[in-house]
Design a protein around this ligand. Structure first.
Ligand SMILES: Nc1ncnc2c1ncn2[C@@H]1O[C@H](COP(=O)(O)OP(=O)(O)O)[C@@H](O)[C@H]1O
Ligand SMILES: [Mg+2]
Length: 367
């Protein structure tokens, strides 16, 4: 039986600001994954982006990455006829490094943004989650909003500017934002996550500071109007027929849901199910699925909303690889909707394989 198990590689760590979150998500998956069905291998990616075979998330959380010369750096071989890893030091990997599926447990740039997914497509490896297009649309707040707008999904008023616009004419940018958005407003680098580089500005002075901060992180910046409301999140699971979970609410301990409020503030709390009436819940679930379809996500996503005291809904964003620790919102929402954590992992793997097979059925040339 042993050799019938699916060989799954958990891939975690990475170059983004969400490196530590990724290690925690990976540790939870590593502990809970059904070993009667899967043979689990691990690859840790350090902050420089080097990949190392066999590192365990728990050890990395406690001790950090070992020096590169004391562990086995590996590379994914781009051979669509035989997807496998190879150790750069020539060491033989278990099962010649051959694998059946990759479970990327990576958040943010170079994990959640389509770049990794492109690499996996080139190597012809099945993987969990969205493909290149879904991942990159889900990552880029400006393009995400554009496809949401195309589907008439309600969103906060926003505008997008480039770092180069700011360098060319600071005053023009400030004037345009004041005219079209006003205060308070949110300033966000287009392509990060975990609130990194995000500020709320209440005045021209704060706006300028916020734009300068966002410009450190991205060449593209999104500015949006402030929405006063509850922060509501819905989990989506599936491929072509996605399902939505019951909604949950996050109550940030700070003025908004900053990096600290997300990961270190004990004060932030989560309420599942969110205290909302049935009609509103149904509408949120419908919109979560519409958002999932709009960016062409697959496998999993968490869709985040604001709901005002007048029950007006605004779509905030979609996260195609949301936090996945046992206490993260995404798995918690499914648990409350009847899918326990290790079954959720099973389903995600099945959806990854399904998507891979679906793609294999499409020809890429005439002959
Ligand atoms: N338009 C807005 N109105 C009110 N609060 C906002 C708005 N945009 C963002 N926020 C606050 O900032 C947090 C982070 O913004 P978000 O767009 O979700 O970025 P990230 O991708 O980093 O999570 C949100 O969870 C919310 O607390
Ligand atoms: Mg968010």
């Amino acid at each position: 039986m042993e050799d019938h198990k699916l060989r799954v590689v958990l891939l975690f760590g990475g170059r983004s600001g969400e490196h530590e979150v990724s290690l925690n998500s990976a540790q939870s998956i590593f502990k809970a994954i059904d070993r009667t069905r899967y043979q689990v291998e691990t690859i840790g990616i350090n902050k420089q982006g080097q990949w190392f075979w066999g590192l365990l998330p728990e050890a990395l959380i406690k001790e950090g990455f070992p020096p590169a010369d004391r562990t086995h750096q590996v590379t994914l071989v781009i051979d669509p006829t035989n997807p496998h890893f190879r150790a750069l030091d020539g060491q033989t990997l278990p099962n010649q490094g051959q694998i059946d599926l990759i479970f990327p447990v990576l958040h943010g740039p170079y994990g959640e943004d389509g770049t990794l997914q492109g690499l996996l497509e080139m190597a012809n490896v099945p993987y969990v989650g969205s493909g290149v297009l879904g991942s990159s649309l889900g990552m880029d707040k400006d393009r995400m909003k554009a496809v949401f707008r195309e589907k008439d999904l309600p969103q906060a008023r926003y505008l997008t500017l480039l770092r180069s616009d700011l360098l060319r004419g600071r005053e023009t940018c400030l004037n345009e934002i004041e005219a079209k958005i006003g205060y308070p407003c949110f300033i966000k680098p287009a392509n990060l996550g975990s609130s990194v580089g995000i500020s709320k500005a209440h005045s021209r002075k704060e706006l300028l500071d916020a734009l300068n901060v966002a410009a450190i992180f991205d060449r593209k910046i999104v500015v949006e109007e402030n929405i006063n409301g509850q922060e509501i999140e819905v989990a989506v699971l599936g491929n072509d027929s996605p399902q939505a979970s019951i909604p949950g609410e996050v109550k940030p301990a700070q003025e908004f849901y900053t990096y600290d409020a997300k990961y270190s503030d004990i004060g932030s709390s989560v309420i599942i199910p969110a205290p909302l009436d049935e009609a509103l819940i149904a509408r949120l679930q419908e919109m979560a699925i519409e958002a999932f379809r709009a960016v062409e996500a697959s496998g999993l996503s968490r869709v985040d909303f604001f709901v005002t005291p007048q029950n007006e809904i605004f779509l905030n964003e979609i996260n195609t690889l949301p936090g996945f620790t046992e206490i993260s919102m995404y798995p918690k929402l499914w648990e409350a909707s009847g899918i326990p954590y290790s079954e959720l992992i099973d389903r995600l793997i099945s959806f990854g394989l399904e998507r891979f097979l679906d793609k294999q059925n499409s020809k890429i040339s005439q002959d």
